[in-house]
Design a protein around this ligand. Structure first.
Ligand code: HEC
Length: 141
C-alpha cells in the first residue's frame, strides 16, 4: 500500500510534466549540446528516468508512461531505437541529442535490465541505418 501511494504521488507530479516543459528541467538545461552521459545506465538516469521511473515501472497519471519491466516489445532493438530517435505521441524524440552510440547503449540497457534478458546486441551501426538525412526528430525546446 505504501508503494502504491508513493507511485500515485509520483504520477501526480508527472502530470504537470509535458514534452514541452521537459527542456526547462534542470537535467535538460544543456540539451542543445546533446547529453554527456555515455553508458546506458547514465543515459537512463539522466534522460529517461523522469518519465519511465527508477525501476522502469512506468507511471500512470495524466499521461501513460509505459513500463520496461518484462516488456516483450523490447524484444527487437529496432522498436525502442525508433522511439528513442523519433519519439512517439507523448514521448519526445532524442535523435538530435543522442548520437548513434548513445542510442545503442540505452536500447541495450533497457533490454537487459528491469527483469529483461534480451541480448545486448544492438549496435551504433544499426542506429545509423535508422536515420535519414532529412529526418525530423523534433526538439525538446
Ligand atoms: C517526457 C517523458 C519521456 C521521456 C523523457 C522518455 N519517455 Fe519513453 N515514453 C514516454 C511516453 C509518454 C511513452 C508512450 C508513447 C505512446 O503513447 O506511444 C513512451 C514510450 C516509450 C517506449 C515504448 C514502450 C512500449 O511499451 O511501447 C520506449 C521503448 C521508450 N519510451 C523508451 C524511452 C527511453 C529509452 C528514454 C530515454 C532515452 C525515454 N523513453 C524517455 C515518455 C517519455
Amino acid at each position: 500500500m505504501k508503494t502504491r501511494l508513493l507511485s500515485l504521488t509520483a504520477a501526480a507530479a508527472l502530470s504537470v510534466f509535458s514534452a514541452a516543459s521537459f527542456a526547462d528541467s534542470a537535467v535538460m538545461s544543456d540539451v542543445s549540446q546533446g547529453f554527456e552521459a555515455q553508458t546506458g545506465k547514465e543515459i537512463y538516469e539522466t534522460v529517461c528516468i523522469s518519465c519511465h521511473m527508477a525501476e522502469g515501472k512506468g507511471a500512470v497519471g495524466a499521461g501513460q508512461f509505459p513500463a520496461f519491466a518484462n516488456n516483450m516489445r523490447l524484444m527487437a532493438g529496432e522498436y525502442p531505437a525508433h522511439i528513442v530517435l523519433y519519439g512517439q505521441k507523448g514521448m519526445p524524440g532524442f535523435g538530435n541529442y543522442l548520437d548513434d552510440n548513445q542510442v545503442a547503449e540505452i536500447v541495450n540497457y533497457i533490454r537487459t535490465n528491469f527483469g529483461n534478458e534480451f541480448k545486448a546486441d544492438f549496435t551504433a551501426e544499426k542506429v545509423a541505418g535508422m536515420r535519414t538525412p532529412d529526418a525530423d526528430y523534433g526538439t525538446l525546446d
